[in-house]
Design a protein around this ligand. Structure first.
Ligand code: AMP
Length: 394
């Protein structure tokens, strides 16, 4: 078990908190502050305990300093949410003598935010010098950035070698509990729903979950590679021909393990990939040449929601169709609704399925919505996350 912020004394200490403030920005404004909100429990606890907080995060993919990736808007929003000033230390070098002086002047319960860690090109290389610079600001390091935990960077891994005490925050703890313990020790029946665009992105997760679940539901763009594997035409639907052997292996493995594997029985098809495209529903084995499947059909919605009815644990990663277009969002919506009505534990892997559940208004009905896209996938694949491994055990 990892040390958490309940296991450490922070009063009067300089606490460097790695947050995931990688929020979407539109014209310099934060269009979704979910990630900032998710950091609040940890920050409030550390403030209440008298820590002197220095927050850091990356934002976007800058290769060096660039105005559009400044964390300044995050400092403003976070100040509003915390109800206290968050001092933004706007140094393009992230750490400097000025920044150190400002950090050392912080009083108990005060909060400062460093500039985007990716303004330093060394960040992504887990370079020792920048790791030590970050560590020079802190007596304690707390990692609460689950969404970045699959990357070995200075602010997630390197820095931990040069700070005496390290711990995970509440968000990280919650992610590890739901994506780790729940999935590895589930109440049964345990059902996984996997969708999204590509088999290639999800094949490792499919294989890992096949070892654990009672039922596996497959939808979204990747279902068409399975149809092709069964000898059906898929028209112009998403198809990864080179993944047909993988799909066949999944079908075989499910059979061997006694896992019930459900594929769509009908499909909403269109002749173009467009928001307002004309569409119709056809059986999944009757997709005509010029048509592409963009959502699961009505019969499949019923089949999949029925399959969830007695579930005690459900994990979902990947939408059932092109949910960004309302005409093709019905399958994703139906599953979100079905999960929202369940009494069991419901876990949404990060990325597009999390976005879909939030956008469709079911966020507060789920047990847990992961904040990490890539990180949650890698964790579910059974990989160790470097940012988690680097934190001290209890
Ligand atoms: P992923 O990031 O792999 O979970 O994939 C999410 C993306 O898959 C979303 O942008 C969806 O629009 C897309 N998607 C889901 N179903 C389909 C489909 N049938 N055809 C094309 N794209 C799809």
């Amino acid at each position: 078990m990892k040390k958490t912020i309940n296991d450490i004394q922070v009063k009067g200490q300089r606490v460097l908190v790695r947050c995931d403030f990688n929020v979407p920005l539109q014209d310099g404004k934060i269009s979704d502050d979910n990630r900032i909100q998710s950091a609040l429990p940890t920050l409030k606890k550390l403030i209440a305990d008298g820590g002197r907080l220095i927050l850091c995060s990356h934002l976007g993919k800058p290769k060096g300093p660039e105005a559009k990736s400044t964390l300044a808007p995050v400092a403003v929003r976070l100040s509003e949410l915390l109800g206290q000033n968050v001092k933004f230390l706007a140094d393009d070098n992230v750490v400097s003598a000025h920044v150190l002086a400002d950090v050392n002047a912080l009083k108990e319960g005060e909060v400062a935010l460093l500039q985007n860690t990716r303004f330093r090109p060394e960040e992504g290389k887990n370079d020792e010098t920048f790791s030590k610079e970050l560590a020079s600001l802190a007596d304690i390091y707390v990692n609460d950035a689950f969404g970045s935990a699959h990357r070995a960077h200075c602010s997630t891994v390197g820095v931990t070698q040069f700070v005496a005490t390290t711990a995970v925050g509440f968000l990280m703890e919650k992610e590890l509990q739901f994506l780790g313990e729940t999935v590895n020790n589930p109440d049964r029946p345990f059902v996984a729903i996997l969708g999204g665009a590509k088999v290639s992105d999800k094949i490792l997760v499919i294989n890992a979950l096949l070892d654990k679940v009672d039922k596996l539901i497959i939808g979204g763009g990747m279902a068409y590679t399975f149809f092709a594997a069964q000898g059906n035409g898929v028209g112009t639907s998403l198809l990864e021909k080179d993944r047909i052997p993988d799909a066949l292996a999944v079908l075989e493995k499910a059979k061997a393990k006694g896992v019930e594997l459900l594929l769509p029985v009908d499909t909403v098809v269109s002749q173009e990939f467009a928001r307002e495209a004309a569409h119709k529903t056809v059986p999944s084995n009757q997709i005509e040449d010029d048509w592409m499947g963009l959502d699961i059909g009505e019969k499949t919605r019923e089949l999949f929601t029925n399959a969830l009815k007695d579930a005690k644990t459900v994990i979902w990663n990947g939408p059932m169709g092109v949910f960004e277009f309302p005409n093709f969002a019905k399958g994703t919506l139906a599953l979100a609704q079905a999960m929202a009505n369940l009494d069991g534990t419901t876990v949404i892997g990060g990325g597009d399925s999390a976005a879909a559940v939030i956008q469709l208004g079911y966020a507060d009905k789920m047990s847990h919505i992961s904040t990490g896209g890539g990180a949650s996938l890698e964790f579910l694949e059974g990989k160790e996350l470097p940012g988690v491994v680097a934190v001290q055990d209890k």
